[in-house]
Design a binder for this molecule. Structure first.
Ligand code: SF4
Length: 179
């Protein structure tokens, strides 16, 4: 069985069926994404998996170059209340962590997950990596690693739009770096 097929079997076992393969070279890492984190995001310095608690943009670029295989997972959702999003995020990211572990155990030691959305594993975040309440499970979101999610997922044909109201449907994306 090809590597891809073997991995897709693991994805399916975890009920993740909406995904596409992307070559890590195609993952767009841009300085403007970091600027948006630093100026305009209320989570800057508040979340332990967000800037400034993450590597520099050039270190992020180097990180993606360590890989030759990655999968993008799509999650579509509409929430009734803005706060409902956090519970959904926590649930999906927890399931994705199980997938990352299974991929790792299948013989892919570099497996590394980028969460769909910021880490909401805890009700209140420690705000720093060293004080993180769940160091083993916390992972950064792609945008925290300066990934331009918009242009990256559009390259593989996935939809993504700027939203202005919670009544609109979200398209969220997680990345699993594998090899
Ligand atoms: S595991 Fe908890 S403390 Fe650590 S980054 Fe996630 S929410 Fe913050």
């Amino acid at each position: 069985m090809s590597e891809r097929k073997e991995l897709e079997k693991i994805f399916q076992k975890h009920s993740f069926t909406d995904f596409k393969w992307i070559h890590p070279e195609k993952i767009a890492v841009s300085q403007w994404v970091r600027m948006k984190c630093m100026f305009g995001c209320r989570e800057y310095g508040v979340k332990a998996c967000c800037p400034p608690n993450v590597p520099s943009v050039s270190e992020c670029e180097r990180f993606f170059l360590d890989y030759t295989k990655a999968a993008v997972f799509r999650f579509e959702k509409k929430v009734d209340n803005p706060e409902d999003r956090y519970e959904w995020t926590k649930r999906v990211n927890s399931k994705l962590l199980n997938l990352e572990r299974d991929v790792f155990l299948a013989g892919y030691p570099k497996a590394f997950l980028l969460f769909m959305d910021t880490c909401y594993l805890c009700k209140d975040c420690s705000g720093t990596r060293t004080q993180c309440f769940n160091k083993k499970s916390a992972r950064p979101a792609p945008e925290a690693l300066a990934v331009d999610v918009f242009s990256t997922v559009r390259q593989v044909g996935y939809p993504i739009e700027v939203l202005w109201d919670y009544s609109q449907k979200m398209n969220r994306y997680a990345f699993l770096m594998i090899k």
